[in-house]
Design a protein around this ligand. Structure first.
Ligand SMILES: CC(C)(COP(=O)(O)OP(=O)(O)OC[C@H]1O[C@@H](n2cnc3c(N)ncnc32)[C@H](O)[C@@H]1OP(=O)(O)O)[C@@H](O)C(=O)NCCC(=O)NCCS
Length: 186
């Protein structure tokens, strides 16, 4: 695991980020999205909200640490994909990125959040439970590579106050190390 860059921020994803975003995608999922899906999410989709955790550097020095795509459909924030760079996991980037993106979509009108996660992805499920996601369904044999089930999880009270309470719990728990589908859909 690499040391976390001190100077990182959560911000909207740009086309310029995509080579590094796609590296994270390939390293994180056995059924990765095609590269062009990201281009579409950024340029053609009206519902996509795409964010990265990234150093504040520009050009060759810029480092993308994590990425998330959320579909904002009426009052639902649907987590479509979400991953942290494999060398920087377990440093508090994931929860910060999820929190930031849910805050942004909540400000835009989302009142609940949904996602699908592989039944065996215990790390991600643990994270989602800390955000008050609860399992509301199961999609049998959802993933085409190994026929794994997807758990459908819902966070049914998406409010800014609840997100602040979740943030406070993470900060208090000492995880504050950081400075600052049939795809493996979340
Ligand atoms: C899931 C993922 C995004 C988490 O990112 P991260 O930056 O490592 O997570 P954080 O450091 O913010 O950890 C927050 C919480 O997540 C859970 N978690 C994260 N990694 C974990 C692990 N290896 N084992 C158990 N729990 C873990 C814990 O609840 C953790 O809180 P804690 O450290 O107080 O126990 C990251 O593991 C990842 O990119 N995985 C591959 C892609 C993926 O599965 N995406 C989700 C698809 S639905």
């Amino acid at each position: 695991m690499n040391p976390i860059p001190e100077d990182f921020e959560m911000r909207p994803m740009t086309l310029d980020d995509l080579p590094q975003v796609y590296r994270i995608e390939l390293d994180s999922f056995t059924l990765p999205w095609p590269f062009n899906s990201y281009v579409y999410e950024l340029t053609g989709s009206h519902v996509s909200r795409c964010f990265v955790a990234a150093t504040k550097d520009t050009g060759d020095r810029k480092k993308i640490l994590g990425m998330i795509v959320i579909y904002l459909i009426e009052d639902e924030a649907h987590v479509a994909t979400f991953a942290v760079h494999k060398d920087y996991r377990r440093n508090g980037i994931g929860w910060r990125l999820l929190l930031h993106s849910l805050r942004e979509t909540c400000r835009e009108g989302a009142t609940h959040a949904m996602l699908e996660v592989r039944a065996g992805n215990l790390s991600a499920i643990d994270l989602y439970k800390k955000f008050s996601f609860v399992q509301v369904g199961i999609r049998k044999n959802y993933y085409v590579d190994n026929h794994e089930d997807a758990l459908l999880m819902d966070m049914n009270e998406l409010t800014l106050d609840n997100l602040s309470a979740i943030e406070a719990r993470f900060l208090a728990s000492g995880i504050d190390q950081a400075g600052g589908g049939s795809h493996d859909a979340c």
